[in-house]
Ligand binder design. Sequence first.
Ligand SMILES: NC(=O)c1ccc[n+]([C@@H]2O[C@H](COP(=O)([O-])OP(=O)(O)OC[C@H]3O[C@@H](n4cnc5c(N)ncnc54)[C@H](O)[C@@H]3O)[C@@H](O)[C@H]2O)c1
Length: 270
Amino acid sequence: MSNNLLANKKGIIFGALDENSIAWKVALKVHEQGGKFTLSNAPIALRMGAINTLAENTGSQVIPADATSPEELEQLFIKSMEILGGKIDFVLHSIGMSPNVRKKKEYGDLNYEWFLKSLDISALSFHKVMQTAEKLDAMNEWGSILALTYIASQRTFPDYSDMAQAKAALESIARSYGQRYGRLKNVRVNTISQSPTMTTAGIGISGFDAFFNYADKMSPLGNASAEDCANYCVVMFSDLTRKVTMQNLMHDGGFSTSGITEEIIEQMSK
Ligand SMILES: NC(=O)c1ccc[n+]([C@@H]2O[C@H](COP(=O)([O-])OP(=O)(O)OC[C@H]3O[C@@H](n4cnc5c(N)ncnc54)[C@H](O)[C@@H]3O)[C@@H](O)[C@H]2O)c1
């Protein structure tokens, strides 16, 4: 159902890799609500080609950019404004990668080059996106910028490894840039802290199935799906949330404020 919540809004969506990606679902929902956007991902990810189907289905163009490269981000913003015919109203940063997680390095045996890569790709890139947008004066007044995060930034989860530090930095960047961009252009900046979700990034974490099921039982409303997350992003991009900024918004079915649930007690009593 469309309420045209994003009619006349123009944006950039980073991170749609395949149809399981959270960004993929966001693109479909934004399209349904009348928003127009360009899709971007790292050149290497685009080789898979799946994103072209999404582009066709949403009438959007794909622009490659490694989000760690300010030069590529600059080109992305310039081309996006050309294609969309004006400044940008919304940005989704749905980017995360840790070589240490991918290569299953123990937390006591991290490769520091890779640690820096995790931070650059998963956190600093968010700052680079906003700094690029500010320098180009690419955002419209009352625009909305979102990044996706996970609660391991605040509480420990085994095997989330250096991504926990990356997410903590990401959330902190959202607060600091949110203050700056709010004052400069009335642009809001938030992170959405999403439930475990079955995507390429998600299932790359060891023991993911177990903590997906645990989180589901620890959440009175159950885990939030990628589609639920997409709905939340639409609301955050819409004019209905113009005064929400510098927040880490929990989107987790109640997980983050549950001490224990009856389902877990039942399971532990068996
Ligand atoms: N899946 C989960 O359980 C979960 C939970 C909470 C938050 N998140 C976050 O959601 C976001 C999206 O992840 P997802 O679960 O949809 O997985 P995904 O693997 O589909 O998406 C991650 C994306 O990051 C992109 N990427 C990696 N390096 C890049 C670079 N240098 N430049 C540009 N793009 C790059 C990948 O190509 C991919 O499209 C991530 O920030 C992730 O940490 C995921």
